[in-house]
Design a protein around this ligand. Structure first.
Ligand code: ZN
Length: 108
């Protein structure tokens, strides 16, 4: 059974809509899983994405992108391949930053 430990839980930073579900994004201190420090975690049941707050903003953003991809992969039935999700999170993060005008204009 997966148990993520979070010693300090701050208030919800933001809410992200992923598919038809809304996930709270929560900054936490000293996230760990089975004794190992982790930077983020997506808890599908409670629809919460935890991100380690003791990181720079850029690392937090990439981590949140990584956890969002976990949620998307879960919803579409894709295998939770850590390497694939990690590569995609960095690529998507860079694409979004490099194309803000296009992103802001989507759907308008
Ligand atoms: Zn992951």
């Amino acid at each position: 059974m997966t148990k993520v430990i979070r010693e300090v839980c701050n208030s919800v930073d933001t809410v992200l809509k992923i598919g038809k579900l809304e996930f709270d994004v929560v900054s936490s201190c000293r996230l760990s899983h089975e004794g190992e420090m982790i930077y983020g975690f997506c808890h599908y049941g409670s629809q919460v994405i935890y991100v380690e707050e003791e990181m720079c903003k850029q690392a937090q953003d990439v981590t949140i992108m990584h956890e969002v991809l976990h949620a998307i992969f879960d919803q579409v039935g894709e295998e939770q391949d850590e390497g694939r999700i990690d590569r995609l999170s960095h690529a998507l993060y860079a694409f979004i930053l490099d194309n803000k005008e296009f992103i802001n204009d989507l759907g308008s």
